[in-house]
Design a protein around this ligand. Structure first.
Ligand code: UT7
Length: 343
């Protein structure tokens, strides 16, 4: 699925960005003490140096509220018309987490719902919010990506425990026109449901509960077939970015910053190579935060701005890929906005 906007057209415009990371930093060395792994393996195979994990008692909504409050403050607004929350780790299987987040942010009885597209969730949530705005249903929407992967990781699985981190990022999108800086210029979204087992939590849903065979306790944890996912991530984000760039009329060489889902630095470099974007333009912050799934794109955007790697006027392309399989890309000219982080 794809959309692009003409310059006069009503568009969703980025007005403020906020992020939150839980205080606890888990280093590669700490994980190496209880798992058969090493700082050398983790850094060389993924680029990850550390990640943040929430402390016991902290749920996804707690991180989402912190990031959402910062985004609202950054945008200088106290109200929105809707809240769209992307997460793989909702507070409960039922109800959705977004209504609780909206209530705790003092946003009243606005529509609030969750979007589940795993690591591609933030782009899907932004596309949903953008569609509400372009259709005239909403003037302003708070989009949040928040995760507590530490609650779904199998502590004995070195193939996933070293990869994922917790965190949240949020942005305020407001109605404007496609010619303004900050306007989301189009989306390319896709999925391939023929490969659901590459990234999954096998148990806990209706499929397992409808099965009389008792599940293995490890089936309640997150699993990933990393090698196969790697290849799909590069190819699907590559095709998605290329399709988006063609439709919005940007050459790969004109992209100032490629903000890809922070899963693996080797994926980010392979994606840049495939597109013909210089590797130095592929932003990397997974060394600091690991793979934060639906929170990955806003956390990367905020760090890129704070590092001076994204400046007003830059052409920024975002692309994400994850379980489903699901992927998506969007692009904007970076606006003059406030960014408020917790770190
Ligand atoms: O966020 C959603 C999207 N996710 C992604 O895009 C993730 C994509 N996949 C990846 O980033 C990589 O596949 C991983 C980082 C997950 C794994 O890297 P890899 O280079 O594909 O490693 P591998 O799975 O092929 O494993 C290579 C070796 C294996 O040992 P043998 O069979 O060669 O003896 C693994 O058992 O590395 C071993 N291994 C580890 N060794 C030390 C796997 N995990 C670890 C570990 N520490 N943590």
């Amino acid at each position: 699925m794809s959309t692009t906007l003409q310059s006069q057209q009503r568009a969703a415009v980025l007005k403020g960005l906020g992020t939150f990371l839980p205080e606890r930093v888990v280093t590669n060395e700490e994980l190496s003490q209880r798992l058969e792994t090493s700082d050398e393996w983790i850094r060389s195979r993924t680029g990850i140096g550390q990640r943040h994990w929430a402390s016991p008692g902290t749920a996804t909504s707690d991180l989402a509220v912190e990031a959402g409050a910062r985004a609202l403050k950054a945008a200088g607004c106290q109200s929105v018309d809707a809240v769209v929350l992307a997460t793989t780790t909702p507070d409960h299987p039922c109800p959705a987490t977004a209504p609780a987040v909206a209530a705790r942010l003092g946003l009243g009885t606005v529509p609030a719902f969750d979007v589940g597209a795993v690591c591609a969730g933030f782009v899907y949530a932004a596309a949903t919010a953008s569609s509400l705005i372009v259709a005239g249903v909403a003037e302003r929407v708070l989009v949040i990506g928040a995760e507590t992967y530490s609650t779904i990781l199998n502590p004995e699985d070195r193939t996933t425990s070293v990869i994922f981190g917790d965190g949240a990022g949020a942005m305020v999108l407001q109605a404007g026109t496609a010619r303004e800086a900050g306007a989301l210029l189009g989306f390319d979204l896709g999925s391939d449901g023929s490969l659901p087992g590459l990234i999954s939590i096998p148990a806990g849903g209706s499929r397992q509960k409808s099965d009389p065979t008792p599940p293995d306790p490890s089936d309640f944890y997150f699993t990933m077939q990393g090698k196969q996912v790697f290849a799909h991530a590069v190819n699907k984000m590559g095709d998605s970015c290329a399709a988006l760039l063609e439709r919005i009329g940007w050459s790969a060489q004109s992209v100032d910053r490629l903000v890809g889902h922070q899963a693996n630095v080797r994926i980010l470099h392979a994606l840049a190579d495939l597109l013909g974007v210089e590797r130095a333009r592929a932003f990397v912050n997974l060394d600091r935060v690991g793979n934060t799934s639906a929170a990955s794109i806003p956390l990367a955007l905020a760090d890129a701005v704070e590092d001076g790697e994204i400046r007003a006027g830059d052409r920024v392309v975002m692309s994400a890929f994850g379980g489903g399989l699901a992927w998506g890309s969007t692009a904007l000219l970076w606006p003059e906005i406030n960014v408020i982080t917790s770190h």
